[in-house]
Design a protein around this ligand. Sequence first.
Ligand code: AMP
Length: 403
Amino acid sequence: MTSQATRVLVLNSGSSSVKYQLLDMRDGTRLAVGLVERIGESASRLVHTPSGDGAGRRERTGRIADHERALEAVAEELALDGMGIDSPELAAIGHRVVHGGLEFSAPTVIDDAVLAEIERLVPVAPLHNPANITGIRTARALRPDLPQVAVFDTAFHTTMPEHAARYAIDVATADAHRIRRYGFHGTSHAYVSRRAAELLGRAPEELNLIVLHLGNGASASAVAGGRCVDTSMGLTPLEGLVMGTRSGDIDPAVVFHLERVAGMDTDEIDELLNKKSGLTGLCGDNDMREIRRRVDAGDAAATLAFDIYIHRLKKYIGAYYAVLGRVDAVVFTAGVGENAAPVREAAIAGLGELGLVVDAELNAVRSGEPRLVSPENARVAVAVVPTDEEMEIARQTFALVDA
Ligand code: AMP
């Protein structure tokens, strides 16, 4: 790598989409942000912005057949602004990889052996890892000489002790099929934990945090001294909190019941619990803005959905308080956590005995900056810290290749 190489391209490849950002790691500037969606369909779309602030947006429509064509189109867009992926300023490409199993607890430079390991994990992440692998293969073909780094959603959670990571099922069966709690959103939990420590002016090692990543997917984690000790997602991202379309925690016997009594097959139940449950299943909407609008208008289904969402959130705050023993801050992040003041207010309401209080005025402030929403003299801080998974992937990637 040349000393002028300070840029990292971050790729987040989904089954029919690629999200990307080009960042300059000297100062964290976002040089380009974009998205290719509906890959393989007739109405594919590429939206490219040659800056972090949305200015100069360009759009392409028309069929983009596969991930290879998608990345070629991204490379062309970057080249239009003189930032092509053949540029000597590009230090590495950082790939989001959803499942790293127990094998990967840190960002890893990808070679053939690493790629084979990620492929071996497909059975535990059939929805996500194949798309990530396609993205990696395509990017390696475009720039075989460039370091490509995998940053895993599960890595931050590999510090969980066995008593938190194991399900209470037959050990031989669990081990034969690698069934355990892996956790997800780890890149976000890692980033937000570190930024929360900065906000509090303390070293991460000194702090016990409860981090609530509330987006369309949602997860909670208990972080002690910068290390994850428990998290709410499990073998897959289905476990835990109520989400936009996922049920979160459910009695597993519901699955047998649906099979035996409702006559549903495995794929139908999978679809029900992952795509048609959560807020969508409860009230037909998964967007918290719309749900709050309906709650304010007196809609009963939306009110019940909101109450179930909050009840589950409170249970996890209480559980992780008990796991940690002492809590320095509860930190809200992601689309709902950063923007929905009523969710923060309701989740913390009634927890004064635990030292948790929200200041109504501070909670109402809208801002893209990390901030406290608890009163100055609060025993436990309540904070909002906007997440930035791309920045974290770029940071981890650059730290590895710049070493
Ligand atoms: P994410 O997955 O982090 O992008 O979060 C997406 C979700 O954030 C959406 O589905 C909405 O439920 C929620 N969201 C985004 N903006 C707002 C807002 N201004 N108020 C309430 N919820 C919001």
